[in-house]
Every structure is written in structure tokens, then in C-alpha cells.
Design a binder for this molecule. Structure first.
Ligand code: SF4
Length: 420
């Protein structure tokens, strides 16, 4: 792998990068086939080479990429029944954003996976919507797992219709349970319209379904956003999580939402994670007989073709989102990061179904902007958000390859894939 990375680093033109990848594919797949089944080896080859290629494009600040997103963030439903302050669903903040109600069609998700699924290592099925409101979300998760993608989501669990067994059987790797309180009155200060007793009942059903089906997944993480109004309930919530059989308890520092509700303030509390159970979740390939063979074979057989000449080299600052993740909402809008689109529409970079949304004109303009090219109309030129912390980045890449073969991918290899 290091040899391939060195060859990529030495390639001066895009077509040289393409040639390195095309040459490396069969050799890498052969090496991987000594440990993995042939189709697994091909899928891993595509994912590994995609990361090396993405890293090379990132280092070079290229605007048109041969690589694909490493992580996909997808909203199965744009709707949410809660109205937490600071969110597009809050009554006071909603007018600032354009966030249409929509439910993701399986065909739209299938289309995205066909374009980018084989190369991706992770999919996170939640952005601003409540994913459990789409009753087909378990089917979407299974589609991702058939392409050997780690699948996770975050939910309030404050839903009436919830098929716990379907989520356990879907292959979902982890579920973040957003519960910021131990009593209804405290919980609902932030989780407006949330029903804590319903949430806790759904946690019980999930834990029971996991026990009944003998599954260590999804790993359940109770995430507690620590505010001044709820910090006194952190200890009680942790005890409840342990008693319920949740796997992890996490105290998280929230974003500032004072612009929406000045009475809700983040607490000065140290973020931490506590493991409550120690079960090993071996879930990299839960459906070996159902792998999306046609798509994996076709991604493996595809040859990279380069259209451009010498790409720009610029060691300056850029935004990691533009090279690593791609976001799609339930209405099929494609965005570069987790910022919510306002009325200028500037954050919608492409639409589902376009030929290569990750290289849409706006994506390329945005990448070019960071190389110093004038791009006054690109949203990124006015952005003050965090440009380095993406949803699916280095930590997730390391976890992915450890999950695939803990002993196979050594530290040096993981560093090469993830330290950028
Ligand atoms: S520069 Fe800002 S708006 Fe553009 S992708 Fe990065 S975080 Fe999003």
C-alpha cells in the first residue's frame, strides 16, 4: 500500500494518477484475496485505492476528482416531529432555512449507492431529519451493508411506530440515542415535543430485540448534550442507560444555539464516553451471501480515465468536506457539508441523479476557491464553519479497516489511510 501511495505522490498529471490506480488494482486484490473472499477483496481494493486517491487529490488541492466520497450522509426523512432550538425544525429558526418535507425513496438511495457505494466506507443515515420516520430505513441500511459500508444513524427515538427487530436485523452498526435528560420536564426543555417515556420504552424494545436475536449490533450510544439546565441529571441518566442495557454513555458539548434560544446555554462540562458493555460487535459483512456483486465487480473493473492535464498544486488551507464526504437529503438535494441551505440556495451543489454530483460545477468551483482562484459566488467563499472535522473521516476510516480485519491492516497502513 505504501508503494502505491508513493507512486501516487510521484504522479504529476491526473492521467498518471489514473494509470497508477489502474495498474495497482489487480495486484492489490490478489494480495487481499489471501485473507478475504474474492468479492470482499475486490470491494476492499476499490475502497482502499479510493482513499489513497482522495488523499492525493486533497494534498494537491485538485478541483476535479477521480476519487469518490469516503463517507455519505443521507437523510431518510427530512421531517422531524421535534422542534429542538438551533435546528431547521425549530419554530423560530425554520424561516431562515429551506428544508422541504420529504421521504427518501429507495430508488434514490439505490442510485447514490450505485454511483458511490462501493468506494465508500461509511454511511450516516441522519442529518436534520428523524430517520425512524421513514419506515423503509431498515431496508436502506441493508442496502448499504450489502456494499460493505459501515452504517450508523442518530435518532431521538421519540416515535410511535418503531420496529426494533427490523433495525437489529438490518445490519445497522451503531445507533446514537439523543436523550438529554432523565426526567420529562428537563428533557423537553431542549427536545421540544419529545416524550421521554416513549423514548425509554423504545430503548427497552431495542435491547430486548438484540438479546432475542443474539446480536451485538446496533451498538447503542446514549448521547447526552450537556446544557446548564440538564447537567444535574447527567449522573442519573448514566445510571438509567446502564440499567436499560445501553452499550455506551456519552456526554457531548453542544453547539451554541443562543442565536435561536438564549435561555438554553451549553454547560461547562468535560465531554466523555463511558463504555457500559464490552461485547465485541463483528459486523463488517453481516450478509456475505447478499453482497451487491454486480456493483462491486463493475466498480472493480472500471478503468479510471483522466480528462484534465496538470492539476494545480496548492499547499494552502482547504475544506476537508469537499474531498471526503457528500450529503444528500430526502428530497435528493446534494450538499457538500452539514450546513443547512438558506434561501440563497448556495449550499445545494447538485441533485440526485446527475452524472457525477461530486464533480458538479459548484463542487469544482468550491475546491478551486481554496487554491486562490476568484469564486465570489460560491457559498464556501463566505463560510466561517469548521473546515476540518467531517462526519466520516480519519477515525471512521481506522475503525472501518479494523472491523474488516483487525490483524490484517497494521498501524502504518491505517495511518497512511487516515492521517490527513
Ligand atoms: S467551506 Fe464551509 S460551506 Fe463549503 S463545504 Fe466547507 S464547511 Fe461547507
Amino acid at each position: 500500500m505504501r508503494g502505491i501511495a508513493e507512486e501516487l505522490a510521484g504522479a504529476r498529471r491526473v492521467r498518471d494518477l489514473a494509470a497508477v490506480i489502474n495498474r495497482a488494482k489487480p495486484d492489490l486484490a490478489r494480495v487481499l484475496a489471501s485473507r478475504f473472499a474474492p468479492l470482499e477483496a475486490k470491494a476492499l481494493t476499490v475502497k482502499l485505492l479510493n482513499i489513497l486517491l482522495a488523499r492525493r487529490h486533497f494534498d494537491n488541492r485538485d478541483s476535479r476528482l477521480l476519487s469518490q466520497p469516503i463517507g455519505l450522509i443521507v437523510d431518510p426523512s427530512n421531517t422531524c416531529q421535534l422542534a429542538c432550538p438551533g435546528c431547521v425544525h425549530s419554530d423560530s429558526a425554520a424561516p431562515l432555512f429551506v428544508w422541504p418535507n420529504a421521504t427518501l425513496a429507495e430508488s434514490a438511495f439505490a442510485g447514490l449507492l450505485k454511483q458511490y457505494g462501493t468506494a465508500a466506507v461509511g454511511v450516516y443515515l441522519s442529518d436534520y431529519g428523524e430517520p425512524l420516520l421513514n419506515l423503509r430505513t431498515p431496508a436502506l441500511i441493508r442496502m448499504a451493508k450489502r456494499r460493505l459500508i459501515t452504517a450508523g444513524l442518530s435518532t431521538s427515538l421519540s416515535v410511535r411506530r418503531f420496529d426494533a427487530e427490523a433495525y437489529v436485523e438490518s445490519g445497522l452498526d451503531f445507533m446514537i440515542l439523543s436523550i438529554d435528560g432523565a426526567t420529562q420536564s428537563v428533557y423537553q426543555r431542549f427536545r421540544r415535543n419529545g416524550d421521554l417515556s416513549r423514548v425509554l420504552g423504545n430503548v427497552e424494545r431495542l435491547v430486548a430485540a438484540k438479546r432475542q436475536l443474539g446480536s451485538a449490533t446496533p451498538v447503542l450510544s446514549w448521547n447526552f448534550l450537556a446544557f446548564e439546565h440538564n447537567r444535574h441529571e447527567i449522573g442519573k441518566a448514566e445510571r438509567m442507560a446502564r440499567e436499560l442495557g445501553v452499550d455506551r454513555f456519552r456526554v457531548v458539548r453542544p453547539f451554541d444555539i443562543g442565536w435561536d434560544d438564549p435561555s438554553i446555554r451549553a454547560a461547562n462540562v468535560r465531554p466523555r464516553v463511558k463504555r457500559l458493555t464490552w461485547k465485541f460487535a463483528d459486523n463488517w459483512n453481516p450478509f456475505p451471501r447478499e453482497l451487491a456483486a454486480d456493483e462491486i465487480e463493475s466498480a472493480f473493473d472500471a478503468r479510471f480515465e483522466a480528462e484534465e492535464g496538470t492539476p494545480p498544486t496548492s499547499p494552502g488551507h482547504t475544506c476537508h468536506w469537499l474531498y471526503k464526504n457528500l450529503i444528500m437529503d430526502a428530497a435528493g438535494r446534494i450538499m457538500p457539508c452539514c450546513g443547512a441551505p438558506g434561501h440563497d440556495g448556495g449550499l445545494v451543489f447538485a441533485r440526485a441523479g446527475e452524472v457525477d454530483p461530486f464533480n458538479s460545477p459548484l463542487y469544482r468551483e468550491a475546491r478551486r476557491h481554496f487554491t486562490g482562484a476568484p469564486a465570489p459566488d460560491v457559498h464556501c467563499s463566505r463560510c466561517v464553519w469548521d473546515h476540518t472535522t467531517v462526519n466520516i473521516g480519519g477515525r471512521e476510516i481506522r475503525a472501518y479497516f479494523r472491523g474488516a480485519g483487525r490483524a490484517y491492516f497494521n498501524r502504518g497502513c491505517l495511518r497512511l489511510l487516515s492521517d490527513w
